[in-house]
Design a protein around this ligand. Structure first.
Ligand code: HEM
Ligand code: NAG
Length: 330
């Protein structure tokens, strides 16, 4: 025993250590990922978003939503950004995104600015993570250190995008869709707080306004919505503020609205108002965030980092796309 095998065993365990270190390094996102290779990545993205915002104040909301729709489908891999091609059935045309997800030209502009500054370095998946944080911050919400180092997918998942959480999904289904990705009830309630900014089309609320309206809808709010979103054809795409109290400010009034039965989407209000005790897990969290904006901000930042960690491609997986809409060499 010992001497003949000691050296190989030591060498092997050293090699194993190196391998494990490499693997854990490869899987670990880090706020410092581009410090050496593209140190001004945040400033560059921020400048493009600031410019876009002048003409389109809604862009901040739209960019936050893009990260959600990216991360929930095959993880945060930029798959959402791929256009239709012979090899790719674009997620952009799946029901939750079609004529709804927006902001893609601004993502292209950020990518172009970063390709100019540091060619081939910053992934499209990381651009979505950065853009989400910058947008929340610019709208008055919390700051967090964005984890970076994701790489881009070479495929998309249309069916996965079709299965994104929807406004008419039951509360239990919604909670399960989040839980299956490692997001607990606090994350679930906090992340929906992104609806403190942005717009929703009439077609997403009309089912609540029918002859037998959603009982969990304030009567005054109901009649205002019925006026703005009449069932008659032609107003399906008319835009409502998701947070009518402070439409463009990232604050906690979204939760205050829900306490007053003024959540816009069925899925917003469901966190408080599903009967038979089904909202027992989420209702207290809604109350907590309505009481304390600081608590909401902390939980939102934590949940965004968790959501951003869903199944990233790292190390040698995937690629860094040159253009976010197409895989490389195609
Ligand atoms: C229960 C889960 C969710 C459902 C059912 C849901 C559903 C929706 C719907 C139907 C719209 C309106 C889209 C339109 O009218 O075109 C919307 C908008 C939006 N969603 Fe969600 N959402 C959910 C969770 C989230 C999460 C987790 C985030 C981000 C962290 C988010 C961020 C946004 C933002 C910012 C908008 C406004 C976008 C804009 O104005 O362009 N949502 N959501
Ligand atoms: C997306 O919307 C367009 C325009 O409304 C429609 O023509 C098209 O069929 C939709 N795509 C899918 C895949 O449903």
């Amino acid at each position: 025993m010992g001497s003949p095998s000691a050296v190989p065993v030591a060498a092997l365990s050293l090699a194993l250590c190196a391998l494990l270190a490499a693997v854990s390094r490869a899987q670990q996102l880090s706020p410092a990922f581009y410090d050496g290779s593209c140190p001004h990545v945040d400033d560059t993205a921020r400048r493009v978003i600031q410019e876009a915002r002048v003409a389109d104040p809604r862009i901040l909301a739209s960019l936050v939503r893009l990260q959600f729709h990216d991360c929930f489908v095959n993880g945060c891999d930029g798959s959402l950004l791929l256009d239709d091609s012979p090899a790719v059935r674009s997620e952009k045309n799946a029901a939750p995104n079609n004529n709804s997800a927006r902001g893609f030209p601004v993502v292209d502009d950020i990518k172009a600015a970063l390709e100019h500054a540091c060619p081939g370095i910053v992934s499209c998946a990381d651009i979505l993570a950065l853009a989400a944080e910058i947008s929340v911050e610019l709208a008055g919400g919390p700051y967090w250190r964005v984890m970076l180092g994701r790489r881009d997918a070479t495929t998309a998942n249309f069916e996965g995008a079709d299965n994104l959480p929807g406004p008419t999904d039951a509360l239990g289904v919604l909670r399960e869709k989040f839980a299956s990705l490692g997001l607990d009830d606090t994350d679930f309630v906090a992340l929906q707080g992104a609806h403190t900014i942005g717009r929703a089309q009439c077609r997403f609320v009309q089912d609540r306004l029918a002859e037998q309206p959603d009982p969990a809808l304030d009567r005054e709010f109901l009649s205002a919505l019925r006026q703005f979103c009449p069932a008659s054809a032609g107003v399906d795409e008319r835009l409502n503020n998701l947070d009518p109290a402070t439409p463009d400010a990232f604050d906690n009034s979204y939760y205050v609205n829900i306490l007053r039965n003024r959540g816009l989407l069925r899925s917003d209000q469901a966190m408080l108002s599903v009967p038979d005790g089904a909202a027992a897990a989420t209702a207290p969290i809604v109350g907590r965030f309505a009481d304390s904006e600081a608590d909401f901000f902390r939980s939102f930042a934590t949940a965004m980092i968790k959501m951003g960690n869903i199944a990233p491609l790292t190390g040698d997986m995937g690629e860094v796309r040159r253009h976010c809409r197409v895989v490389n060499q195609s």
